[in-house]
Write a protein that binds this ligand. Structure first.
Ligand SMILES: Nc1ncnc2c1ncn2[C@@H]1O[C@H](COP(=O)(O)OS(=O)(=O)O)[C@@H](OP(=O)(O)O)[C@H]1O
Length: 287
């Protein structure tokens, strides 16, 4: 298996399993977003699956039947992945769609549609640590040997989906658009209920109090860790991740403080400043 490198498309690295440049090119040029679609958009390891679980539970009015019977990647498929693209492209009716793509590679039709976009960001230091542990135990992408090495790769954009900084700058250019809601992992964690209500309002959905309570219960870290349709343990069967690897690692904010050295923390601050200083600070609620 091609476990130790990337597939490249338009200068961006992707995992080696399940991604084909020719399909990503076809998706970019001819996939049609519909006005009724909802797009969940993130840089990897930002809480994507948590947001998918929440959105699915909004659509099922808090009833966990759907999230407990259908794998998460079939409920809101990744449009850039072979499996996701093939299942989405001819699907009738409104769709939930996931993507980690940078703005220049997303299907162009997004910009002519009223599809609603939920853009979730997370402190990149925590995405870095989360990615390090996940990819260290995976067989579908370049495997880091140490956090030190992964830190270098991440800050140079040599990780799946490329540079966090470029990715974030690209998508932040959409801020202010009516169909684009920016969310952070940090606010979702700090105030889950209010953030879910904000998402409901954006999607034009109303939940009864007991439906919202059920949603919160069924999308909690604990519930998702137990849900085999959501915790990625189904990937064990395909040998894509090792047995000890789980999507559901810690689910907290600020874990980077337990892993970065002082020198790494300072180096990261400097890079962040250099690359993001001209953007409003309130876009990054952890800074
Ligand atoms: N319910 C809930 N509550 C809190 N945190 C959660 C939840 N579900 C997933 N997570 C955490 O999200 C991290 C995985 O991110 P992604 O889902 O974006 O991963 S992926 O890129 O799609 O593989 C990963 O973060 P780390 O624990 O820091 O590794 C998951 O634990």
């Amino acid at each position: 298996m091609m476990s130790d490198r990337f597939v490249w498309f338009e200068g961006i690295p992707f995992p080696t399993v399940g991604y084909k440049p020719e399909l990503m090119s076809e998706a970019r040029d001819s996939f049609v977003f519909k006005d009724e679609d909802v797009l969940i958009l993130t840089f990897p390891k930002s809480g994507t699956n948590w947001l998918i679980e929440i959105v699915c539970l909004i659509y099922s009015k808090g009833d966990p039947k759907w999230i407990q019977s259908v794998p998460i990647w079939d409920r809101s498929p990744w449009v850039e992945a072979e499996h996701g693209y093939n299942s989405l492209k001819d699907k009738e009716g409104p769709r939930l769609i996931t993507s980690h793509l940078p703005i220049q590679l997303i299907p162009k039709s997004l910009f002519n549609s009223k599809a609603k976009v939920l853009y979730l960001i997370r402190n990149p230091r925590d995405s870095l640590v989360s990615g390090y542990f996940f990819y260290s135990n995976s067989n579908f992408t370049k495997k880091p040997e140490s956090l030190e090495q992964y830190f270098e790769w991440f800050t140079q954009g040599n990780v799946p989906y490329g540079s966090w900084f470029d990715h974030t700058r690209g998508w932040m250019s959409m801020r202010g658009k009516e169909n684009f809601l920016i969310l952070s992992y940090e606010e979702l964690k700090r105030d889950t209920r209010n953030t879910v209500e904000k998402i409901c309002q954006f999607l034009g959905k109303k939940l009864e109090p007991e439906e919202l309570n059920s949603l919160l219960k069924n999308s909690s870290f604990h519930a998702m860790k137990e849900n085999k349709m959501s915790n990625f343990t189904l990937l064990h069967d395909y040998s894509l991740v090792e047995k000890n690897a789980s999507l559901m690692r810690k689910g907290i904010t600020g874990d980077w403080k337990n892993h970065f050295t002082v020198a790494q923390a300072e180096a990261f601050d400097k890079i962040f400043q250099e690359k993001m200083a001209d953007l409003p600070r309130e876009l990054f609620p952890w800074e």
